[in-house]
Design a protein around this ligand. Sequence first.
Ligand code: ZN
Length: 253
Amino acid sequence: MLKLFSIRSLTILISTIILSTSVISETKYYVAPYISTAKSLKMTTPEMALQKLIAGNMRFINNKVINRNLTNQAIKTSVKGQFPSALVLSCMDSRGIPELILDQGIGDIFAVRLAGNVIDSDQLAGIEYATKVVGTKLIVIMGHTQCGAVSGACQNVKLGNLTQLLDKIQPAVTAIRNQQDDKLDCADSETIDLIARENVLHMMKLVTEGSPITKDLIDNKKVMLVGAMQNIKSGKVTFFDSDGKEIEAEHQS
Ligand SMILES: [Zn+2]
């Protein structure tokens, strides 16, 4: 009887260990490996913040995104506060969700979104809050291919409040028109994408011209400002500096 009991106990014990191990390994898989904290932000350089986004986009385009426990991240960040290392200003296009295409979790990035990723004083205020108050290290102005707002600006669409928004993209339209000897084809997708990229470079200039606070942080290398273009079809995000020179992943450079 005692022997039978011992065998049963042993079987239960082994089953429990096997079950626990599988639960632990599953839990490990589902729990986010990382949330942004005051300490992580302090340890992060602008270059590191950029490489984090490049790595996240690589995971996205290779369908290897981190399987985060977002509920857990929401609870943790509600207690510890938010310390995003990057701010991403991008278009409202429904295919360009920055947290998804850059594979970031809750509390990892500030996302500012507006049609045509245009900038005025309200966006600059958000950038100043992120960089000067919170300590965010990286500003990304991200445009994308197949942008409806850019297409509208190219066609000089006039419609309600859109008119004044599209006007903000006109400097980029003019720049590309000049490059193409006044023969601008707004039905050509490559032309629209060229304007979108030019628009990003123009908005980057507006950040430093319109915000002395942010310019000072950039000049002192406390904050980095980069541009980016998301390819809507592939999901690939290409990052570049204010001269339009592409920035590559660290292991490739
Ligand atoms: Zn767009």
